[in-house]
Design a protein around this ligand. Structure first.
Ligand SMILES: Nc1ncnc2c1ncn2[C@@H]1O[C@H](COP(=O)(O)OP(=O)(O)O)[C@@H](O)[C@H]1O
Ligand SMILES: [Mg+2]
Length: 308
């Protein structure tokens, strides 16, 4: 069966210009990225801020053109999709900040009605569909009359999810959907997404800087570092046996629960008592450059260095 999303050798370079407007180089925001997501699966794309996650999301949504490479949704190349309406019906996105993605002057019901109207949903059944969508995201149906400022962050994000699901997409791109929320709210929103994914047979691309959120949600993860996927595989494998230094670094900051998990936690060398940046760590491990005055420190493992 065709994967729901298939990305092949995707690149996005942004030109860098000097003060005279001359092209002096490129930011390689997305650099030869390939991965695919089977139908009904959850793929977690992790990486620090600036690693290229949102640039990939924007290209999937057709909001930005790739420099090269190909994106297929349900077998169909994104660029060649006959109309944006057809594309929008297949794929929807939930953004990081529900505060700014919801129009403050529209009621919740009006916001959810926008994609319904855009996709030609009959206006007669609109109120019922809005109630159904609110129930789906576990909000009271009378929330349709409320304005965004009357809602908590978690409730706003539930509305954004309802709006994304309004036109029954097959693929949902979640770009840091819980990063603006408190930890306890985060967990409940993720539980809701898991439940909706199973019930509605959705395929998710779950993007986050926080690898720990993917542990119980994603079946596969990809780790993005400076525009490149440096590691990918089944979530359990990546968590238990991370291959790449940068993945180990991301995992070292994941809160651990059991002693067993603690023992599995990768040991990261400290530099001057601090967890090094990914760049320093990779430089250090590649053995090429020594970081002056810090090398002896860096040889000690994270565990020996300080109790947590
Ligand atoms: N429109 C743009 N013009 C120039 N550079 C951009 C643009 N959008 C993103 N970038 C750069 O591309 C890189 C990746 O950005 P982004 O995809 O937003 O990262 P992430 O979502 O992982 O934080 C960053 O270096 C960012 O500065
Ligand atoms: Mg981003």
């Amino acid at each position: 069966m065709k994967p729901m999303l298939e990305i092949t050798n995707l690149c996005k370079f942004f030109p860098i210009r000097n003060a005279l407007g001359r092209h002096t180089g490129d930011v390689r925001a997305v650099d030869n990225v390939s991965f695919s997501i089977p139908r009904g699966a959850v793929y977690g794309l992790a990486g620090e801020s600036g690693s290229g996650k949102s640039t990939i999301a924007r290209m999937i949504m057709g909001l930005s053109q790739p420099s090269s490479g190909e994106i297929r949704i349900d077998g169909e190349p994104v660029g060649s999709v006959r109309s944006s309406r057809e594309h929008g019906r297949k794929v929807q996105m939930v953004f990081q900040n529900p505060g700014s993605s919801l129009n403050p002057r529209r009621t919740v019901g009006q916001s959810i009605a926008v994609p319904l109207d855009a996709h030609g949903h009959p206006s007669s059944g609109r109120a019922r569909r809005i109630s159904e969508l609110l129930e789906m995201v576990q909000l009271p149906t009378n929330f349709a009359e409320r304005f965004p400022h009357e809602l908590s962050g978690g409730q706003k994000q539930r509305v954004a999810i309802a709006r994304a699901l309004a036109v029954t997409p097959r693929l949902v791109v979640l770009d840091e959907p819980t990063s603006a929320l408190d930890v306890s709210v985060q967990a409940r929103v993720i539980d809701l997404l898991v439940e909706l994914g199973q019930r509605l047979d959705l395929t998710f691309l779950f993007i986050s800087h926080d690898l720990s959120l993917m542990r119980n949600f994603a079946s596969q993860v990809g780790v993005l570092y400076r525009g490149k996927i440096v590691e990918t595989g089944p979530t359990a494998d990546v968590f238990v046996n991370p291959q790449h230094d940068y993945t180990q670094l991301l995992l070292a900051s994941v809160p651990v629960i059991s002693a067993e998990e603690e023992a599995m936690r990768p040991k990261i060398p400290l530099i001057d008592g601090e967890i090094p940046t990914a760049e320093k760590l990779i430089e250090l491990r590649s053995g090429g450059h020594q970081i002056s005055g810090q090398a002896s420190n860096a040889k000690q493992s994270f565990n020996e260095e300080q109790p947590r």
